[in-house]
Design a protein around this ligand. Structure first.
Ligand SMILES: N[C@@H](CCC(=O)N[C@@H](CS)C(=O)NCC(=O)O)C(=O)O
Length: 208
């Protein structure tokens, strides 16, 4: 498989960590669609990353759809989301809050990156940052409620799952991309949890 997109993108990274955990072999083409659109557009009409080219040439786009397909391609005992019921609902909600946190952090970054200085709208940046902090606060509470800062898994599963992957990457991305928010000081339980995850090979081998 070929995973197109650099690991600085939280969406690419959550696919990369999931590929590692599920045990798929892949190569990474570390590019951005802004600098190298010609490398993405033949595969993905949206010209976005992550884009995953499977061994048979089929192409998957959008991280949630990619992850769903990868789980479907994996044996039940390896899948990163519970199959059904309350366990699945709980894990999906945590992963959705984490992904929404990534979205709002990315939107805050894009305002500064893609608008000329005179068009930079600070209230819009602050609006997105506040939403990202709301997501991180929810995940921090979830770590405390599940008591998993030092041991165990966020969605009360018996092994690592998609809630753990996405919550960790949402935190690590906000820490890297919005240093002024001070997320390490504001969300210490989530910080401890994420640092534990980041120390494992599945995460550290795909560091941004
Ligand atoms: N919902 C998408 C978001 C992907 C996304 O926003 N990727 C960014 C890089 S972090 C991108 O490709 N941006 C280019 C663009 O949207 O024009 C997913 O989960 O895959």
């Amino acid at each position: 498989m070929k995973l197109i997109g650099l690991y600085r993108s939280p969406y690419v990274r959550r696919v990369a960590v999931s590929l590692n955990l599920l045990g798929f072999e892949y190569e990474n083409e570390a590019i951005t669609p802004f600098e190298n659109p010609e490398a993405v557009s033949p595969h993905n009409p949206l010209v976005r990353i992550p884009t995953l080219v499977l061994d048979d040439g089929e192409v998957l786009v959008e991280s949630y759809a990619i992850l769903d397909t990868l789980d479907d391609m994996s044996p039940a005992e390896k899948r990163l989301l519970p199959p059904s019921g309350d366990a699945r609902k709980h894990a999906l909600k945590l992963a959705a809050i984490a992904t929404g946190t990534m979205d709002k952090t990315v939107w805050a970054v894009y305002e500064g990156r893609f608008h000329p200085k005179e068009k930079y709208h600070k209230p819009w940046v602050e609006h997105n940052e506040a939403q990202a902090e709301g997501g991180l606060a929810y995940l921090n509470d979830a770590v405390l409620k599940a008591d998993v800062a030092e041991e165990g898994w966020l969605a009360d599963t018996d092994r690592i799952g998609q809630a753990d992957v996405s919550a960790t990457i949402a935190y690590s991305f906000a820490l890297m991309a919005r240093p002024k928010l001070g997320v390490a000081e504001k969300f210490p339980a989530l910080k401890a949890f994420a640092e534990r995850m980041e120390a494992t090979n599945a995460f550290s081998s795909v560091a941004p």
